[in-house]
Write a protein that binds this ligand. Structure first.
Ligand code: SER
Length: 562
């Protein structure tokens, strides 16, 4: 049964059984305690405690989901990062008997599948065994095998820090768990304690890809009609596991970009970046790039979801162009290592942006001893060390950071002055681009609120000049240029044309910060001690708020970033 028919069947079945159909919500939930929508119930979470707000007592949906918890399993026959979940939900409309009956009827009659066995909650701690469900299954089909398990396998939820949860019954077909039916009887508080919900609810979830796999009688989800057209495009020369990973990530990437995620070093953006980098690296040198599998995803889902193809391809391409070179340098460094442990894996991440899973993919046997936990531990250690370092250096002054030019009292302030600092470099470069070489730095001072930059220039600036300078800076921000540092002998640094402030005494060798891929084509380059953002996109919007004279032939600009 092809996937379009499965969708239709499920929708019609649930509608004919008194469910209101609800469209999938975004992959980015409004619940701040989770990064992604990981289950169909996410958008309905609040209805379990406040059923009167629900659009109906019973609803059903097919929800797009992203789960990173299974990322290390992706590449086997059935695990995915992006998938769709078919589900029916009730907030006081029906409970165990109706829920199990609907499940049984859909699987056996509508889909024509044979259930291997089911599992129910066997009781653990304060939560008693679910004898009711066992009886209901046995009444529906006396031949059915009912297994039972504890909290690890037959209890679900909550998503995020707190929420509805409860015992489950799970349905297995061809050895695969395909449907999870949750009886939301409890609410788990932040401290882990359970209280009974006033109105018990139902939350069910069935993986679309797994259902298609058993319904289409194919050995893996990658052989279903949801994946086969993508898999066909991927080079046979790649290892099968890697082909599956690339196909999986192509779907996740397309849907994340469509829902507004952009690659970055934080949270959802970092997950997208990891997926993209893995695709970039594995496809490089194979003769096809990311656009082919992405275009296929867009085509496959065009009828079901709104996916803006141009936008998806543009964001993916920009990321590939930006990182191609660094990633390849990283791969060369990785190849030189004899064995990869957490310490040198973290160095590969820090210097070349290679994410953990890519190091595992590429390292092969050399990385056998590397685990995600050990890698994450290094990450934490590093963060703690650099925090302690900053505090030690500047502690006791009330300021954690004070270079004379920039001052910050805490991490948030440090981040703000850092953005303003890079913006000041861009401003300096923009002044020279718009006003010419008569501009020279005469002073600079950065606070949390603003940057103040003094420079030599013989007259007042016109409003057009101010607007042009501002635009040149914002343009450099929009291009999201990488900010790089080179350490070089002072006379050599001077020959590159990097700007410096004649009043300042610089060490030799000196640090040159430049924005762009290399020093030759850089938008700005300047002698400097830092700190700076990693990419100009982090700066935000740059705005000049004042231009005035501070002496003969010296002008002052105050500017902010928002
Ligand atoms: N929330 C449950 C799950 O994700 C059932 O939908 O498995």
């Amino acid at each position: 049964m092809e996937h379009a028919r499965i969708r239709r069947r499920f929708k019609e079945f649930m509608q004919s059984h008194d469910h209101q159909w609800v469209a999938s919500s975004s992959l980015l939930p409004d619940d701040p305690s989770v990064l992604f929508t990981t289950a169909g119930m996410q958008q309905f979470k609040k209805y379990y405690t406040e059923p009167s707000l629900a659009p109906g007592k019973n609803v059903a949906s097919i929800q797009k989901c992203v789960r990173t918890s299974d990322i290390d399993e992706v590449g086997d026959t059935s695990h995915l990062t992006f998938f769709e979940m078919l589900g029916n939900f009730s907030f006081g409309g029906y409970f165990k008997e109706e829920a199990i009956t609907l499940t049984h009827e859909f699987i056996t009659r509508e889909m024509g599948l044979t259930i291997d066995y089911v599992s129910v909650f066997g009781g653990e701690g304060e939560v008693p065994a679910d004898h009711d469900s066992k009886k209901i299954w046995e009444t529906l089909d006396p031949t059915i095998e009912v297994r039972s398990s504890g909290r690890a396998d037959n209890f679900w939820g909550p998503t995020g820090a707190e929420g509805p949860c409860g015992p489950t019954t799970e349905v297995y077909v061809d050895g695969l768990e395909i449907w999870n039916v949750v009886f939301n009887q409890y609410y788990q508080e932040k401290d882990g304690s359970l209280r009974s919900l006033e109105v018990p609810g139902i939350d069910t979830g069935m993986g679309m890809e797994r259902l298609a796999m058993v319904a289409q009688h194919v050995p893996t989800v990658f052989d279903t009609d949801l994946f086969a057209p993508i898999m066909h495009l991927l080079p046979e020369s790649l290892d099968e596991r890697i082909r599956r990973i690339v196909a999986d990530h192509a779907r996740a990437v397309a849907f994340l970009i469509a829902d507004g995620v952009r690659p970055s070093n934080k949270e959802q953006g970092y997950v997208l970046r990891r997926f993209l980098r893995r695709m970039i690296v594995h496809l490089s040198g194979t003769g096809i790039d990311m656009s082919a599998p992405l275009a296929k995803v867009i085509e496959l889902y065009g009828n079901t979801y709104h996916l803006n193809g141009d936008e998806i391809l543009h964001v993916a391409k920009a990321e590939a162009e930006k990182f191609d070179r660094t990633l390849h340098q990283g791969i060369r460094e990785l190849a030189k290592l004899e064995s990869i442990d957490a310490a040198n894996a973290f160095r590969l991440y820090e210097s070349f942006g290679l994410p953990y899973e890519l190091i595992k993919d590429l390292g092969g046997a050399k990385a056998d001893g590397l685990s995600r936990d050990a890698f994450d531990e290094k990450f934490k250690e590093h963060q703690e060390k650099s925090r302690a370092g900053v505090e030690k250096k500047f502690g006791g002054h009330g300021l954690i950071f004070d270079t004379g030019e920039l001052k910050a009292a805490n991490a948030d302030e440090l981040q703000k002055v850092t953005r303003l600092h890079t913006a000041t470099h861009l401003l300096h470069a923009a002044l020279r681009k718009v006003l010419g070489d008569a501009v020279g730095q005469a002073g600079s001072d950065i606070t949390v609120e603003r940057t103040r930059f003094d420079f030599t220039f013989p007259r007042k600036l016109t409003p057009e000049e101010i607007a042009a300078i501002q635009e040149v800076v914002n343009d450099a921000i929009a291009r999201d240029l990488p900010v790089n540092k080179a350490v070089m002998a002072k006379d050599e640094a001077e020959r590159t044309g990097a700007l410096f402030f004649f009043k300042e005494k610089y060490p030799d060798p000196v640090n040159v910060y430049y924005t762009g891929d290399d020093m030759l084509s850089a938008f700005s380059k300047e002698f400097c001690g830092g700190p700076h953002v990693q990419h100009t996109g982090e700066i935000g919007t740059f705005r000049i708020i004042k231009e005035e004279a501070v002496g003969a032939g010296v002008r002052r600009i105050r500017a902010i970033v928002e």
